[in-house]
Design a protein around this ligand. Structure first.
Ligand code: HEM
Ligand code: HEM
Length: 178
């Protein structure tokens, strides 16, 4: 398999680290206490924010790497509609996992919480404390999160179809080990 038919090592590392972080992030979202008016950003909620902002940072890095480091040749044996569907899904995953953490950040700012990147570096507020529109973004955050979960399901199903039904080696393009 030629070098340009697989994703390069940083792209693969970023893909699989983000898969792990996104799994952890959904786990934290489900385990953390309900966020109410007087809730403080401590414990699992602080973890949700720390991991979520890490995802945002790594997604930005990943997009920069994609633009600068290139992508492999398109996978050869798929129908044009499948190629279009894969491109659209990937574009939505990129956009979604940039927008989703920002929505959470906006909501956190409206609660007067200081958001820290990876729990370490404090970030500016994206909305005034008490701003109604920013409070609403909490619901939008939740809605977008579940939409993206559906999209991940589609993406994983497509990967499984290639791996187990078509057996066309697509998985090798992104597989962590060479
Ligand atoms: C990709 C990253 C993220 C994912 C997958 C994610 C996922 C979720 C999900 C599924 C919920 C709803 C939990 C439930 O059903 O009760 C939630 C709630 C919440 N998340 Fe995130 N989140 C992410 C990033 C962030 C970030 C970066 C922040 C803040 C800086 C944040 C702050 C919040 C807050 C404050 C809530 C409660 C919202 C409310 O109830 O009004 N999230 N998140
Ligand atoms: C077990 C879960 C997953 C598997 C098996 C998987 C598998 C794959 C494979 C095989 C590719 C390469 C597709 C190709 O060569 O055309 C790929 C690309 C991609 N995956 Fe996943 N994936 C998983 C989870 C995720 C998750 C959770 C995300 C969320 C961000 C994601 C985002 C992407 C993106 C954006 C691409 C396109 C890469 C690019 O061309 O820049 N994947 N995935």
């Amino acid at each position: 398999m030629s070098a340009t038919s697989v994703y390069n090592a940083p792209a693969r590392m970023l893909h699989w680290s983000l898969v792990a972080l996104i799994a952890v992030e959904f786990g934290l979202a489900w385990l953390m206490p309900d966020v109410r008016r007087d809730t403080q950003p401590i414990g699992l909620i602080a973890w949700h924010i720390g991991v979520g902002t890490t995802i945002l940072g790594l997604m930005l890095l990943r997009l920069l790497w994609r633009w600068g480091g290139g992508t492999p040749e398109p996978h050869p044996v798929v129908a044009p509609w499948q190629d279009r569907a894969a491109r659209a899904t990937h574009a939505l995953l990129y956009a979604g996992f940039l927008v989703l953490p920002v929505l959470g950040w906006i909501n956190a700012s409206s609660r007067g919480w200081t958001v820290h990147l990876a729990g370490l570096l404090s970030l500016p507020a994206l909305a005034a404390q008490g701003a109604g529109w920013a409070h609403e973004m909490g619901d939008v955050h939740q809605l977008v999160a579940y939409g993206l979960l559906g999209l991940i399901g589609l993406h994983v199903a497509a990967a499984g179809y290639h791996q187990f039904e078509l057996r066309d080696g697509l998985m090798r393009r992104m597989w962590p080990k060479r």
